[in-house]
Design a protein around this ligand. Structure first.
Ligand SMILES: Nc1ncnc2c1ncn2[C@@H]1O[C@H](COP(=O)(O)OP(=O)(O)OP(=O)(O)O)[C@@H](O)[C@H]1O
Length: 221
């Protein structure tokens, strides 16, 4: 699904890590970890095609055009935009060619799946951070993408929200989708997935999570 060779990314002329070469199979679930500013979010943007790499080769093989979807961090999101939660979630269907009635059913399902049906008519400005995060995840789910790029998806979610999130992540993987999850919490991730990519200015390491614990450039529990 994803193949990169000697890939570098970051601000112009300032690659954030040494060159990265990696292959991730379709249907894999991978964590991306590392300290603040090491380039996790930037790498997701490059994989999503929103930012060009600085150098190297990148191949993201999706069967359908526009087959990837990115869940960005919330801080860049305009909460004052005059929209109701239902309209935000429905925007995940913008590419869908399904009949109107099918799209309506899919929307109601996604709202129920993320337990936000009762909030459907709320303006975005009146949502809590966790409610907004569920809405953004419901929108992402409706994109029906093959490659899902999640930037700190647990942010703002309470314990129930986090349980729901990981249920959906594992369901997406079972459907054959490829999922990448940026996270800070190594110990928390270890119960959720097996392999992760550690980014650092000293080098990138892809390995089982329990091996990454002993890496000299990642001492965060
Ligand atoms: N738009 C931008 N213009 C200039 N530099 C940028 C821009 N976006 C990111 N950077 C640089 O790239 C570095 C990596 O940013 P990025 O957001 O990818 O890190 P991160 O690992 O996701 O950090 P965090 O854990 O804090 O979310 C930043 O420290 C910053 O120097």
């Amino acid at each position: 699904m994803i193949r990169c060779h000697a890939l570098q990314w970051g601000p112009a002329g300032r690659p954030l890590t040494p060159p990265l070469s990696l292959e991730l199979a379709a249907g894999s679930l991978t964590g991306i970890i590392g300290h603040n500013g090491c380039g996790k979010s930037s790498l997701l943007k490059v994989l999503a095609g929103l930012q060009p790499p600085l150098s190297g080769r990148l191949e993201v093989r999706c069967q359908r055009p526009g087959g990837s979807a990115l869940l960005p961090q919330q801080q860049g999101f305009d909460r004052q935009f005059p929209l109701r939660l239902r309209e935000l979630v429905a925007s995940g269907l913008w590419r869908s060619q399904q009949p109107r009635a099918t799209r309506q059913r899919q929307l109601e399902q996604a709202l129920a799946q993320w337990q936000i049906s009762a909030l459907a008519e709320q303006p975005l400005a009146e949502l809590s951070g966790g409610q907004l995060q569920r809405a953004l995840l419901a929108r992402l789910e409706l994109c029906d993408a093959e490659l899902l790029l999640l930037d700190e998806p647990e942010a703002a979610l309470d314990a129930d929200g986090q349980t729901l999130l990981w249920q959906r992540v594992h369901a997406w993987q079972a459907q054959g989708r490829t999922v990448l999850v940026v996270s800070h919490g190594l110990s928390h991730l270890s119960t959720r997935l097996d392999n992760a990519l550690l980014l650092s200015a000293h080098g990138c390491v892809y390995a089982p999570l329990n091996q990454l614990r002993s890496q000299p450039h990642y001492q965060v529990a």
